[in-house]
Design a protein around this ligand. Sequence first.
Ligand code: FAD
Length: 471
Amino acid sequence: MNPATLAALEQIVGKTQTFTDPKVLETFSKDQYAFSPVLLELLRDKRADVVVAPSTREELLEVVKVCARDAVPVTLRGAGSGNYGQAVPMQGGVVLSLHRLNRILELDPQARTAKVEAGVRMGALERAAREVGCELRMYPSTWATATVGGFVGGGFGGVGSIEYGTLWDGLVLEATVLSVEADPKLRVLEGWDVLPVLHAYGTTAIIVDLKIALAPMTAWEEAVFSFESLEGAITFALEVAGNSDFVKREIGVSEWPIPQYFKPLIQAGGVRENRHQVMLELPDGVSKSLEGLAQSHGGTLDWHNSAANYHKSGTGSSFNLSDFSWNHTTLWAQKSDPGLTYTQARFEADKLLEGVAAIKAKYGAEVLMHLELIRENLSAGGTLVSASLPIIRFSTPERLFEIQAFLESISVQVADPHTFYLDGDSRWSGEVVLEGVKTFNPLGLLNPGKIRALEAGGEASVASSWFAGAK
Ligand code: FAD
């Protein structure tokens, strides 16, 4: 890096927040892309030239001015927990870590909204919101470390999505964004105008702060049911999802032998051999009332953590049940067996059993089902779907892509987690993002190399088919 650029950056944030040590550069040039054996090969050598961590909006603005002046690529980073190399600097330059912009600016329990700086951790916000009778609508299973800006910039949905949908379902009410140009501008985007920054991998604009919608606080309990058959587990999960008598926060299904990877849950007596699992977060007392329904599908209630202990690891249990949900399921599987990887697949609820049966018939134990039931497209009434993360035994990239192609051939939509290209992810917002790049990132300095359509010879791929109806 040009020494004058480095000196200017040090001048703004101080030497202690400007990092060029190779070990720090390595850590901050990676996210959790190792979930994919394909990305592991493609991204392992990518390195930032410097990591910079501003702590105020003013410092951020000055850093951006220097980068624009000296044409230095800027890759934004929250906690770096993304799985597709979203926060990996493809062309060196600055990794701009926003974790010090971490103030909760406003919590309004009446309006049920929170205004936060982009670097606020989701876990910290959940705790603060619960103190005023609210809670997050949804959060990724990495909630303890993930930042709100990183979730909006690179995430999708998670715990709570069964009730409140995904990122495209009205979570973000307002985003203050900063453009990257010689004279950087702050702009407040509201309503659907926030679309260019949702799941855009920080390619359009820098999210400085966000106003997000909260939910009323519920006393949640956690429960694990297990079933003789996978069909029984899925049918039970779908019936719980369809019950409108109570709100839900989590409904996940894991085919046996996935539960054998959940070591802490095994120690707590929450895993039965050879049984397929359904994990639930429901209002206090509801799980017991579902035992009859579970029995009718060959199931039993195996483990339970009351609302008094919810999110208090160390008291009722040493974990939260969500530690085994979403991509944490994959994490536990890979910890025990590094030969495993995953994909991301969306099933229509009414075709779920049929789709799962077709996959099991073709691939058997090579593809293990892990399903997360969610609602999407809430403005049109909400549709129940399974946002699934099947665990796959990895052999070759070709076989992995063949499996994904088979899923698509039976009308299961795949959001490929083995590409770092935003426009290789079927959830991207297409033209909206490309317009956002033109408006807020006219010099092309934000996270360059992540949009194939912007590369020489690259073609614009078709925008999101997953959430085409969300608007
Ligand atoms: P980062 O990884 O740092 O960044 C993500 C993207 O957003 C990057 O492209 C980055 O450049 C961009 N970005 C960061 N900050 C800004 C900003 N201020 N302005 C604009 N762009 C920005 N994801 C889910 O959606 N649901 C899950 O349940 C889930 N579970 C996971 C489980 C595991 C075990 C792992 C490893 C990952 C999981 N993820 C999940 C992925 C990831 O943890 C989440 O999406 C998380 O919210 C990302 O937050 P982060 O702060 O780590 O973002």
